[in-house]
Ligand binder design. Structure first.
Ligand SMILES: [Zn+2]
Length: 352
């Protein structure tokens, strides 16, 4: 029988031969009889510093606010990417829940090649601030430039200088996404440790695309050049596989913070290294989610941060095949991560 026929037969029989099983279909269930912690509500009131305009209707926004109340999320920062029109639409939807949602405005980079680009962006930041924006972001450069994969203008480009200075003048922190995690640069082959997710978010191997250390260096230079501006490197600056890289940046720049949004699955396989890092930078890290608005999603993040649970899977949430481990963060650190650092950051921005 040829392999295709064997596969067909196996599928027909409703069982999959182990040697035909694909990694993308792998759904192991932990068989350990060890503690399973359900954390339905965060231990301290939470400021979620990294979310997006997920609600598509007013009803969904109301349901989200109710989920936040039940989960202990006091406030959610909605990072509105894109230009002013997107921000205005977000004000309309989320403005009805001023206690729950805080809006940050995006930047429209499409005109970056035209004269007057920076002046236009600064004018728009001013207008959005008057309309309630409390920060800027998420601004993304996955190596091809801030305008996407063709613009080639990176965060340390001189055209960005007046914009980053205006952020300081206007009291707006800026949330920046640089690169992706290292798995996404490695060949998507049998040796890739985070294969299925790495494949989804793969960074093209092209000379026009900066590699991880290069795009990280653009952040490093921009943060150094604008000490009055408060930067947040989101997703732990995509340094999960080598947190020492982010540590070096945080050591160099007092005006840099990092959020942990959407990097739970990349840090939970190494709970001791992750908890050690969080302990060392406990005043500079911010809780964030970036993963929708479900109660179950919040609960997974609480479980990872608060519990000492071992060897549990969340393949549907994260896309990785590997098991996760809780950090068991102590209450003092947890409080800073969940809330106090976010409040301190906003105070710092208002002072500068
Ligand atoms: Zn995001």
């Amino acid at each position: 029988m040829n392999p295709a026929a064997i596969l067909l037969l196996a599928t027909t029989l409703g069982a999959q031969a182990p040697d035909q099983l694909l990694l993308k279909d792998y759904r192991p269930r932990s068989i350990y009889r060890i503690p399973v912690t359900r954390v339905e509500k965060a231990r301290f009131p939470v400021v979620d510093m990294h979310s997006h305009a997920y609600a598509e209707t007013d009803e969904q926004a109301a349901a989200w606010a109710a989920t936040m109340d039940r989960s202990g999320i006091e406030r959610t920062v909605v990072l509105v990417t894109g230009g002013g029109a997107d921000f205005d639409a977000a004000v309309k939807r989320y403005g009805k829940f001023p206690r729950h949602f805080e809006l940050w405005c995006g930047i429209d980079f499409t005109g970056s090649g035209r004269p007057g680009f920076a002046e236009g962006v600064v004018a728009e930041l001013r207008r959005c601030r008057a309309a309630g924006a409390k920060g800027v972001g998420e601004v993304t450069d996955k190596g091809g430039g801030l305008a996407g994969n063709a613009g080639g203008m990176h965060l340390d480009d001189p055209r960005m200088d007046p914009i980053l200075e205006a952020c300081a003048d206007l009291g707006l922190p800026i949330n920046v996404h640089v690169g992706e995690d290292q798995w996404m640069y490695e060949p998507a082959d049998a040796s890739n440790d985070g294969l299925m997710n790495a494949f989804t978010w793969k960074i093209a191997d092209s000379p026009a695309i900066l590699r991880h250390d290069q795009v990280l260096a653009t952040l490093d230079r921009a943060v150094a050049r604008h000490p009055r501006t408060t930067f947040i490197a989101c997703h732990l600056a995509n340094c999960c596989q080598d947190l020492a890289q982010l540590a070096a940046l945080l050591d160099r720049h007092a005006n840099l913070y990092a959020d942990i949004g959407a990097r739970f699955a990349e840090t939970a396989p190494v709970p001791r290294a992750a908890a050690q890092f969080i302990g060392r930078y406990q005043d500079r890290l911010l809780y964030g989610t970036d993963m929708g608005m479900d109660a179950a999603m919040y609960q997974i993040t609480f479980r990872i941060l608060e519990s000492e649970d071992e060897h549990f899977y969340e393949v549907e949430q994260f896309g990785y095949h590997w098991p996760l481990y809780g950090f068991g963060l102590e209450p003092g650190i947890l409080r800073k991560l969940y809330r106090d650092n976010a409040l301190a950051l906003m105070k710092r921005v208002a002072r500068n």
